[in-house]
Design a protein around this ligand. Structure first.
Ligand SMILES: Nc1ncnc2c1ncn2[C@@H]1O[C@H](COP(=O)(O)OP(=O)(O)OP(=O)(O)O)[C@@H](O)[C@H]1O
Length: 267
């Protein structure tokens, strides 16, 4: 099978500051202030053409960071991402300019992706119709609700028919009717043999839609495999985790992160 996505040993380091003063001092005297925090610490996986890969994991495990790195929106600190084909990201409101109208955002995004004026003219009505934004399409995006922003982002990305579609929680923001319509659109992509990455906390949607699951935990890969293999393990883990006391959760985290998050592993 042809590889669509090859992710090798990705790390993402952020600096955490205890105050704004520290943040500013770090700009003047880099490396002297702030604490290193690894949102991702050595993540590798491969997706074949036609795979629908779900990213699961607890809050803060690194799902969105990884999706944004694969989409080329956020730079990695080390490691590499190889993509065959054009990638399009749907992160809630990502890539939308709040001061521009919905229509101008569509045009801008398509121009940035290399579409011609003629192609944009042809695609625009479909994008507007699918988004159900109605007359608000000519209002500035900052006046939209978060659901409207996410519908517009989703509509742009699916209607440009990308080779790789990355969907980050967009379906949990829209209403049920829109979510159904979007899932149907995603199934069309799947039937067309396209590659997808889907970030969600809805295990129901994962089961319905994904073939493979990447389970992230504290910025590392806990497990990667087929939906049938990984989701039952993840659900079992969530049940156990729910029963843990705050102290047990801290101990668990300490045990899981002590080796993998050592700065020594970061080149
Ligand atoms: N710009 C940033 N600066 C500092 N830390 C960040 C930044 N962006 C993300 N992080 C941290 O990186 C970690 C991973 O965040 P990410 O949003 O990727 O997690 P997630 O798995 O998508 O979480 P959720 O399920 O809550 O959406 C979190 O601890 C988050 O606080």
């Amino acid at each position: 099978m042809e590889k669509a996505i090859i992710v090798k040993d990705i790390t993402k380091k952020y600096k955490l500051y205890s105050s704004n003063k520290e943040r500013i001092l770090d700009l003047i005297l880099p490396k002297s202030y702030g604490e290193d925090f690894y949102a991702l610490a050595g993540v590798s996986f491969e997706g074949e053409r036609g795979d629908s890969i779900g990213f699961v994991g607890m809050n803060g495990s690194g799902k969105s960071t990884l999706a944004n790195i694969v989409a080329g929106i956020v730079p990695e600190t080390s490691g590499s991402v190889e993509i065959n084909g054009q990638a399009s990201l749907i992160a809630v409101a990502a890539g939308l300019n709040g001061d521009l109208s919905g229509r101008d955002n569509i045009e801008l995004k398509l121009l940035m992706l290399g579409f011609s004026r003629q192609e944009i003219k042809e695609l625009e009505p479909d994008i507007i119709e699918f988004s159900e934004i109605g007359k608000f399409i000519d209002q500035p995006v900052k006046s939209y609700s978060s659901g409207m922003r996410s519908r517009l982002g989703f509509s742009i990305s699916v209607n440009i028919d990308p080779d790789i579609l990355i969907i980050d929680e967009a379906l949990s923001v829209g209403d049920k009717a829109f979510a159904e319509k979007s899932l149907e659109k995603m199934n069309e992509f799947k039937r067309a043999g396209k590659t997808m990455i889907f970030v969600s906390h809805s295990l129901g949607q994962m089961k319905r839609f994904c073939d493979k699951i990447l389970w992230l935990e504290y910025g590392t890969v806990r497990d990667f495999g087929t939906v049938d293999e990984i989701l039952p393990r993840y659900e079992e883990f969530l049940n156990q985790y729910r029963k843990m006391s705050a102290k047990e959760r801290e101990e668990y985290k300490e045990q899981r992160t002590s080796a993998s998050h050592s700065p020594a592993i970061v080149k």
